[in-house]
Design a binder for this molecule. Sequence first.
Ligand code: CA
Length: 229
Amino acid sequence: MNELIAIIEDEADISELVSIHLKKTGYKPFKFEDAKSFFRHIAKKKPDLIILDLMLPDADGFEVCKTLKKDERYSHIPVIMLTAKGEETDKIVGLEIGADDYVTKPFSPKELVARVKTVLRRNSGKKETEGARRIQVGRNVVVDLDKYSVELNNKKISLTTTEFKILELLASNKEKVFTRDQILNHLWGQEKIVVDRTIDVHIRHLREKLGSSANLIKNIRGVGYKLEE
Ligand code: CA
């Protein structure tokens, strides 16, 4: 970890609270009370993620986000927007101009830290796949091939060995369609004694456990299954 997190927020108690929680989790937070001081700093040192308040004394958070996303030096840095406004239109505008996530005040610092983790993980999905053998699937699912575990929205979900193996096969070969027979071979090799409709049952359970991410697993009628993001 030790990722640098820039907090641009003029309310000192909020930025302090966020900063404390980020430090506790192992991140390195830097606080800025206005856009000007932030832009002065970023020219010298780039953060790994930016937490950006919508209403700053010297700028509109939307404008700050737009400026960042238009600049190729900074456009890759994920931005989480903070605001007192809970209106859906603000959220949509924020996401349209390139913010990666959005947290409405009052928020729990723990929730914000969880969002920071998710956004950073999403952004470095590839790196992690190579290093720790973790596969990011869609926005919210991570398959850990070493630990045989699956996380949904940062929470571990419990899968049977069979469900895990099916997900592992599909996630390791995104977009590739597998027939039921191929999935059975992956599970049991030549020793298969089950009929291929068993796969449908396992897939159904797997989808149930994946909740809102269930639609990542697609049924290709008459052929089999694939994972599509
Ligand atoms: Ca503010």
